[in-house]
Design a protein around this ligand. Structure first.
Ligand SMILES: [Zn+2]
Length: 412
């Protein structure tokens, strides 16, 4: 055998070993290291059914504190319902606190935990004579059941609260159209290793050609042209949206003059520090807001990290108030429990999980391991299993809630 020939055989053999390693061993290594969700415990539970069942038991403690407690519900599909409790102030209707959860389906598990923590910690200090509360569970119940951010029509509800669809420009997101092939590939998912490698190749190419801003703009603002794409905002009010828009109107038409609204989300921001994400109407600077709430992290329109989206819930509420109840005070804000962390790597990882989950939903995979890995990665992005994360989320929620309640003169 010539020297040259044996060199090629060695090379071919090495190549084969690497290929087999990447194709068969790497997926097993990833699988072995996946985060496993703990069993439902204390505030944090694992299924929509359990979560809804617990929410419905709140009637008792609400009734012990408020004289008039009513329930409302919208069935999106059978048992997949949006549920709410509305407890009215016993004497003078002055303050109203409304907490919405699960606008982004899968984020509703942390939302549900926070509703539970709210009841445990904040009923006592509230003055029930002049303060009422409205608690909303599972704004996107199907997404919550299916562990998706999007709803039954693949719509991102936090891009669906458009103030006026007639004047809204659905074609404004040209960046999404430019990056469509990368953001919503239209083929089945292969072995996870090859899919991951392909993603890194594509994102490197996109970043080198267009920079990171284009990807951010393409995603965060929402898009209204690709119903099977990511961050799709829909073409009209979704059933959940119509229900919540109606609720906001009803609230604004009551006597309550001082209204606080908190919409609960997970995903964006530093992993172990929940951020209060102000609405675009906020006039305080980041520093002033942090001081005012006695809370270490508030994003206001002047923050570098602040981003504007179309059709988001607090923005809609604020605009509706300006139109139908301008003399009232409404503080509408988002509590965002970060999961992925800060920095470029975290952003790339989020984009990766988002794109692949969507591809899996619409095109599937022949590889069971790929599905299991992608499901786990997606769930961890919105509902971390780690106990340390959950404990910190609880502590942050209590601190932030105390801050905004004090700021809005709802507790001492
Ligand atoms: Zn969200």
């Amino acid at each position: 055998m010539s020297m040259l020939k044996s060199k090629w055989i060695k090379f071919g053999f090495a190549f084969l070993v690497i290929f087999l390693f990447l194709h068969f061993i790497v997926p097993l290594l990833i699988l072995a290291n996946l985060e496993k969700p703990p069993a439902s415990s204390s505030h944090f539970i694992n299924t929509f059914e359990e979560s809804k069942e617990r929410f419905l038991t709140y009637e008792e403690s609400l009734n012990q504190n408020w004289n008039t407690v009513k329930r409302d519900s919208l069935s999106v599909d059978g048992d997949a319902t949006i549920d709410l409790w509305w407890a009215d102030a016993n004497q003078q209707k002055t303050n109203l606190i409304i907490i919405t959860s699960g606008v982004h389906g899968v984020e509703g598990y942390v939302g549900s935990a926070m509703l539970d923590i709210f009841l445990e910690n904040f009923i006592a200090p509230l003055d029930k004579e002049n303060t009422g509360i409205v608690l909303v569970h599972g704004v996107n119940p199907i997404g919550m059941m299916e562990m998706r951010r999007y709803n039954e029509n693949n719509v991102d509800l936090n891009r669906n609260f458009i103030y006026n669809w007639d004047t809204f420009d659905k074609e404004m997101n040209t960046d999404y159209e430019d990056l469509k092939a990368f953001l919503q590939p239209e083929n089945k998912i292969s072995t996870i290793t090859w899919r991951d490698l392909k993603f890194y190749g594509e994102i490197a190419k996109t970043v080198l050609t267009d920079g990171t801003t284009k990807i951010e703009k393409a995603l965060l603002s929402g898009q209204y042209t690709q119903p099977k794409g990511v961050y799709y905002g829909g073409k009209d009010d979704e059933p959940s949206t119509e229900f919540i828009k109606g609720l906001f109107e009803e609230i604004l038409l009551t006597e309550y003059a001082n209204i606080l609204h908190v919409d609960l989300h997970t995903g964006y921001g530093p992993r172990y520090q929940m951020s209060i994400f102000s609405s675009g109407k906020e006039t305080m600077s980041q520093e002033e807001a942090q001081e005012a709430f006695g809370y270490p992290l508030v994003f206001t329109p002047d923050s570098d990290e602040y981003y504007v989206t179309n059709g988001d819930v607090p923005e809609y509420f604020a605009m509706l108030k300006e139109e139908i109840a301008p003399s009232k005070s409404l503080y509408s804000t988002t509590f965002e429990f970060g999961t992925m962390g800060d920095g470029l790597w975290a952003s790339i990882d989020s984009v990766k999980r988002t794109i692949m989950e969507n591809q899996m939903i619409h095109h599937g995979s022949n590889d069971e391991h790929s599905k299991e890995i992608l499901d786990s990665r997606y769930r961890e992005m919105f509902y971390p299993s780690e106990q340390k994360w959950r404990d910190k989320a609880k502590a942050d929620f209590i601190q932030a809630m105390e801050g905004v309640l004090k700021f809005n003169n709802m507790i001492e």
